[in-house]
Design a binder for this molecule. Structure first.
Ligand SMILES: [Zn+2]
Length: 250
């Protein structure tokens, strides 16, 4: 009887210990740590770290041909010098990008992001209907937490950071280095929510729609906002690019 009692106590202690460890682990790794129901995206520690030495002081403003849009010329360190939008009226870039001969294509790309910010429903319904993309307000609870913790935030996709293609594949642009995260040093990974596999390559079915017949694929393939900006700026001859040209009005 005494032995049964002792075994019972030991089992109880083990159960309590297991529950404590499980709760402690999940409170640190739960995806809810990275998602805010209002803003969707909370900058992760890596996002903070990657931007810790950046300054985005506005040096001057230039006007743009797009209605009610202005261009802010900002510090070289702002978003590591990458042009971006900060709201539906503002494109930001550095002096060197402004003076670069490629500035016009950069502006075309950023104006697409302005359009996406101004008319999110139009773009979201196009993605859903013709590209089979969903932009859910949160990823599934089964998403490996490291994919969320390592994801690089992007001002141009911050309103819809979660991307699912074909109701199955989730795309995550991840910081390559955990010690020295850099906005320019990232790699896109695809999580297959059916099999649980994570890959650096997009699925074959995706490639046949978004790449050309000769195998040329978009560079920024992590988000349909970036795909569409790239297609319109550099006219890649993929089936998805043709659909975009046919059905979207900017
Ligand atoms: Zn972009």
């Amino acid at each position: 009887m005494d032995t049964d009692y002792t075994i019972g106590i030991i089992i109880c202690i083990c159960i309590v210990l297991y529950i404590s460890i499980y709760v402690a682990y999940n409170s640190n790794h739960s995806i809810s740590n990275y998602i805010n129901s209002d803003t969707q995206w909370i900058r992760t520690q890596l996002d903070e770290q990657a931007r810790s030495n950046q300054k985005c002081t506005v040096k001057r403003r230039e006007s743009d041909i797009m209605k009610d849009v202005h261009i802010e010329i900002v510090d070289d360190s702002c978003e590591d010098g990458l042009p971006h939008t900060s709201n539906g009226n503002t494109i930001r870039m550095t002096e060197s990008v402004w003076k670069n001969p490629g500035k016009d294509s950069t502006l075309v790309h950023e104006r697409i992001h302005i359009s996406q910010r101004r008319n999110p429903e139009k773009w979201t319904s196009f993605y859903k209907k013709y590209w089979n993309y969903d932009l859910p307000t949160s990823p599934p609870t089964s998403t490996p937490a490291y994919l969320i913790a390592r994801q690089r935030g992007n001002p141009d996709t911050a309103d819809t950071p979660w991307v699912c293609w074909n109701k199955r594949y989730w795309f995550f642009p991840l910081y390559t280095s955990l010690e020295n995260p850099s906005i320019r040093n990232t790699e896109t990974y695809v999580w297959d929510s059916f099999t649980g596999q994570v890959s650096e390559e997009p699925p074959k079915e995706w490639k046949s729609q978004f790449c050309t017949s000769s195998g040329e694929c978009p560079v920024q393939w992590e988000h349909p906002h970036e795909l569409s900006a790239e297609y319109i700026t550099h006219s890649l001859a993929s089936p998805a690019a043709f659909t975009l040209q046919k059905y979207i009005e900017i």
